[in-house]
Design a protein around this ligand. Structure first.
Ligand SMILES: NC(=O)c1ccc[n+]([C@@H]2O[C@H](COP(=O)([O-])OP(=O)(O)OC[C@H]3O[C@@H](n4cnc5c(N)ncnc54)[C@H](O)[C@@H]3O)[C@@H](O)[C@H]2O)c1
Length: 311
């Protein structure tokens, strides 16, 4: 039997796209009717890169609040949408404290400062989601040394600083606030581009490979502390970072083709990465450590070879 015949839904690409849009709408509206959870009850967390309206950071901040986080410290380089995010969370979840800060996730003073602030104000830090990042798309010979260094600074150095200073805070015990032992969860946003080639520019891919490496190395440097470090490797997600790709395809009438390369045959949305971040932040993942967690519809699971077309 040929694999072509096994392609289950005998649907046109337009029909599949309609199905994709309906599926995504359902995923994105989930929190509108889901009861409040308690997976992060009493937890204090920091998230970087929360400023983009369609971004992974914002979706995660809202989900963490839904799951009962006590206090969220939210940072972005671009302050434009921070007041809106604070207001949105506080209106829907009045029991969650929100502190927003305009700052550079790759600035050591900012990251050290926010970790110390959490310990000073709440007596503990439980979760750090180092999610801020920038993309570049220049081919090799148009990539300047300055661009390479800047992408490494924002994407990789920011994660190093998060691991260093968040773990310092997470090592502190404070029985007065229920923290009898050291512990916490550090989550880094890498990319499927950090797993293998073909999903990003050379500088971006190198920076995300560094992030994946740091998740593994730091998990061992922090051994026996109950501080876990993992990275998430998103595939193609519709956010501020990829708006151009999506808008361009829509203008050309090729939107239905976006995301066809992965096994699910569709793009993802920020809420799907937020769900993975919640898993890693909460005790649901208490034995998951030092992993690069691909959330990419299956993209990184396969070589780009189509079975049945080998001959
Ligand atoms: N969208 C995708 O397809 C995709 C795929 C793989 C990985 N990622 C990664 O996901 C993370 C989140 O990106 P997104 O897709 O939500 O994009 P986004 O552009 O919507 O959000 C990124 C946010 O990070 C902020 N930021 C950038 N540099 C910063 C800095 N130095 N300090 C503080 N904040 C800074 C931006 O202002 C923005 O609000 C990034 O690390 C990105 O590399 C995204």
């Amino acid at each position: 039997m040929s694999y072509a015949k096994l392609r289950i839904p005998n649907k046109s690409i337009e029909e599949s796209y309609k199905h994709t849009l309906a599926r995504i709408q359902k995923i994105q509206s989930h929190l509108d009717h889901a009861p409040r959870g308690s997976k992060l009850k009493d937890k204090v967390g920091v998230i970087t890169g929360v400023g983009s309206l369609k971004g992974i950071g914002r979706a995660t901040a809202i989900l963490f609040a839904h799951e009962g986080a006590k206090h969220l410290y939210l940072i972005d380089f671009d302050g434009t949408n921070l007041p809106n995010l604070k207001e949105t969370i506080e209106k829907k979840y009045p029991d969650v404290k929100v502190t927003v800060q305009q700052g550079d996730a790759a600035d050591e003073d900012v990251i050290k400062g926010v970790c110390e602030q959490a310990v000073a104000e709440e007596g503990r830090l439980d979760v750090f989601f180092a999610n801020a990042g920038i993309a570049s798309k220049n081919p090799l010979h148009d990539t300047s040394k300055e661009l390479f260094v800047e992408v490494m600074r924002v994407n990789a150095l920011s994660c190093f600083l998060a691991i260093k200073h968040a773990s310092t805070a997470m090592l502190k015990v404070n029985p007065a606030v229920g923290k009898e032992y050291s512990g916490g969860s550090i989550i880094l946003t890498a990319s499927s581009a950090g797993l293998r080639s073909g999903a990003g520019s050379i500088d971006y891919s190198a920076s995300k490979a560094a992030v994946n490496s740091m998740a593994k190395t730091s998990a061992y440097q922090l051994q026996k502390t109950d501080i876990r470090v993992n990275s998430i490797c998103p595939g193609l997600i519709e956010t501020g970072m990829t708006t151009f790709t999506f808008e361009y395809a829509r203008q050309r009438g090729t939107a239905a083709k976006i995301g066809q390369l992965n096994a699910l045959g569709r793009f993802g949305v920020a809420e799907e990465i937020a769900n993975a971040a919640l898993f890693l932040a909460s005790d649901d993942s208490s034995y998951v450590n030092g992993q690069n967690f691909a959330v990419d519809g299956g993209l990184s699971a396969s070589h780009p070879v189509v079975p049945g077309r080998l001959s």
